[in-house]
Design a protein around this ligand. Structure first.
Ligand SMILES: [Zn+2]
Length: 340
């Protein structure tokens, strides 16, 4: 990356340099997590090859979360089925199902309000390697690897250019109602990160030590054999974990794990017990919005003039999330604007 002297220019210019330096550093070192006691696998080939890259718009100011914050508010939304629950008497199924119409409305609202779905690579890059994040970051996670993630959620995500994360139960792949190997590969090609969710969705706190090893290590290796690169992010089935479970997922080489504990603020230090925001289905749009909490404060940076700068859009530096200009307030929920 070319680096330009600050030359006493306005604060915004300094912020650009800080952001770009951090972004370059994140790209260079996103597989390095110095000081961690467990082995960190490296991806096959450059890390960026496995991520969708989206060129940012460079014709105006951009909002970013600047590098260096120890804790950031990034709601990690927890979805299961995206479907109309086929059996109204099935209360468990009902509470795991968000209707396609509600899901489309929620994604439309996130897009209109300036949210930027990122994935765990991006959040790890920020917290562990000094990267930057787009304004209003959010992570969309889908547990269990249900087939409607591919048939129903993916087209809606795709329409908005949204990233997401699919937590796959490796032993359920290719069975009825679940994703097939081909669907997993196609989703990954479309920008969906594949995370692990054990081999059989066992309660990890209630199984023997050998079975715990099998559920954690084998889910990782089975998914890695499918996608062809390390799988670094894990999700505890039903959110259940204890010290032995956390130790085992660290030992296996995972770098993060999510729970079902509620919360939106995350740091590197608590990355094996990251909290989430559960979307049960049936909540109103204002309730959905309320559950997102207050966004992490962003700063506005202005790209350098055309032809003079090293802003990512004009350099070979890739970015791994779509950057957009600051959102313009749009009145009224009917058009996707802020909900009071
Ligand atoms: Zn699950």
């Amino acid at each position: 990356m070319r680096r330009r002297p600050a030359l006493g220019r306005a604060c915004a210019a300094a912020l650009i340099v800080v952001a770009l330096t951090a972004l370059a550093q994140a790209v260079r070192s996103s597989d390095l997590t110095p000081g961690h006691p467990w082995p960190v696998p490296t991806r096959a080939g450059p890390v960026i090859e496995n991520l969708r890259t989206v060129a940012p718009r460079v014709d105006g100011p951009l909002e970013v979360i600047p590098a260096g914050r120890a804790t950031v508010r990034v709601p990690i939304l927890e979805y299961h089925y995206i479907r109309v629950n086929p059996d109204p008497r099935d209360r468990l199924g009902f509470n795991l199902s968000v209707t396609p119409a509600d899901f489309a409305q929620q994604m439309g609202w996130l897009a209109a309000d300036g949210y930027h779905p990122i994935d765990f690579d991006d959040l790890r890059g920020y917290l562990l390697s000094g990267g930057v994040l787009p304004a209003k970051p959010v992570i969309l996670t889908f547990d269990d690897g249900y087939r409607d993630m591919f048939t129903t959620a993916l087209p809606i995500l795709h329409a908005h250019g949204f990233k997401a994360v699919s937590y796959v139960v490796s032993g359920f792949l290719n069975s009825p109602r679940y994703l097939t190997n081909e669907m997993v590969l196609e989703m990954e090609a479309e920008g969906i990160e594949i995370g692990a969710h054990t081999v059989s969705h066992a309660d990890l706190t209630r199984i023997s030590a050998p079975n715990l090893q099998h559920e954690v290590f084998d889910s990782k290796s089975e998914l890695e054999a499918l996608v062809g690169h390390p799988v670094l992010d894990f999700c505890y089935p039903s959110g259940k974990f204890n010290d032995a479970v956390v130790h085992t997922i660290q030992e296996a080489g995972f770098q993060t794990a999510t729970t079902e504990l509620p919360g939106i603020a995350h740091s590197a230090g608590d990355r094996f017990v990251w909290t989430r925001v559960r979307v049960n289905g049936g909540e109103s749009l204002p309730e959905f919005v309320l559950n997102l909490g207050q966004p992490e404060p962003a700063v506005v940076v202005t790209p350098p003039p055309a032809g003079r700068g090293s802003w990512p859009g004009s350099s070979p530096l890739p970015v791994t999330f779509p950057l957009r200009p600051p959102s313009v307030p749009v009145p009224g929920p009917a058009t996707g604007g802020p909900i009071p």
